[in-house]
Design a binder for this molecule. Structure first.
Ligand code: PMP
Length: 308
């Protein structure tokens, strides 16, 4: 799939897609010096709504802070930019991709002290990340031979471009071996996350998910699912999980902005539970997608109307 639209927001202005160019000598091209977000806008009965848009932009600023990236835009300006680029493309639902990156400032690894990052926001249509069937049928995953980044090497709490080299190794190994996706262990051998999604394991009426210390990105969908599950009376435990927890689970699912809530039907070719989407995964999907068709009340205030 090619991610394209007519119009893009680039350094504060809307412009034709092709006009947002950067030089091949940009620092980010050579050293992976970017931080970014993935945000969805849903077409709801009350109009187009950003899902937890403010929190995604806050995470973008948190990622920038970790790397000391400076740019010229406030959170309010970026939220406005998100709204403007959705409207400019005539979209009612969209995937938004804000990115902050170091441009053409020379090849010294340490960028000049006055470096201001470039900032772009793309908006385009993006259906189910792992295919339309995946949400109902589930996906086949493997445990990756690649570990996730070790603590105090590259911070997985930052959504940084360079981290996705790890994700690329995980996902492309999985695809080569005939799986939809890979799940990485952390360097202590505990379950971490997928290439671009967090992971939940269900046993009985309890949901388990790796803690923030398992080299995961603190996913906003992960947080959403924790709150939706607790509201339905399930216990959610954030704790270290051994690999075999995947094999012995009643249900496994992955969460992410692009992935949404995807059931996992097998791990390393062992069926998870009955080998199909389980009832708790289905109930959480219903609660989650219900936010967007109005059948779930937005009690947490997660839906944000686009700014005018
Ligand atoms: N982990 C990784 C590595 C990711 O890229 C993503 C997608 N942003 C997630 C987890 C899920 O995060 P979120 O729910 O905030 O999209």
């Amino acid at each position: 799939m090619k991610s394209v639209a007519e119009t893009i927001w680039h350094n504060g202005a809307l412009m034709p897609w092709q006009a947002a160019q950067t030089h091949v000598m940009s620092h980010a091209v050579h050293y992976g010096t970017s931080v970014f977000e993935g945000i969805r806008v849903y077409d709801t009965p009350n109009g187009s709504m950003g899902f937890r848009l403010k929190e995604h932009i806050e995470r973008l600023f948190a990622s920038s802070k970790i790397y000391r990236f400076e740019h010229d835009f406030s959170a309010a300006q970026l939220i406005q930019g998100c709204s403007d680029v959705v409207r400019a493309n005539g979209l009612t639902s969209a995937y938004l991709r804000p990115v902050v990156f170091i441009g053409e400032v020379g090849l010294g690894i340490h960028p000049p002290a006055d470096t201001r990052c470039e900032v772009s926001i793309a908006a385009f249509e993006w259906g189910a990340y792992l295919g339309e069937d995946s949400l109902a049928q589930g996906v086949d995953v493997c445990v990756s031979s690649w570990n996730r980044l070790a603590a105090n090497t590259m911070p997985t709490g930052a959504k940084a471009g360079g981290n996705y080299l790890s994700s690329l190794l995980i996902t492309s190994e999985a695809r080569r071996n005939g799986f939809h996706e890979g799940i990485a262990l952390d360097t202590n051998g505990f379950i971490s996350e997928g290439a671009g999604a967090n992971l939940f394991v269900v046993r009985g009426q309890t949901l388990y998910t790796p803690p923030l210390t398992s080299s995961i990105l603190p996913g906003i969908t992960r947080d959403t699912v924790i709150k939706l599950a607790q509201a339905q009376g399930f216990t959610v435990r954030e704790e270290n999980l051994a690999r075999e927890a995947l094999y012995l689970a009643d249900e496994v699912f992955m969460t992410g902005t692009a992935a949404e809530i995807v059931p996992v039907r097998s791990v390393d070719r062992l069926p998870v539970g009955a080998g199909q989407r389980g009832p708790i995964t289905a109930a959480l999907q219903q609660a989650f997608f219900g936010l967007f068709d109005g059948s779930t009340a937005d009690t947490f205030g997660w839906l944000e109307p686009l700014s005018q």
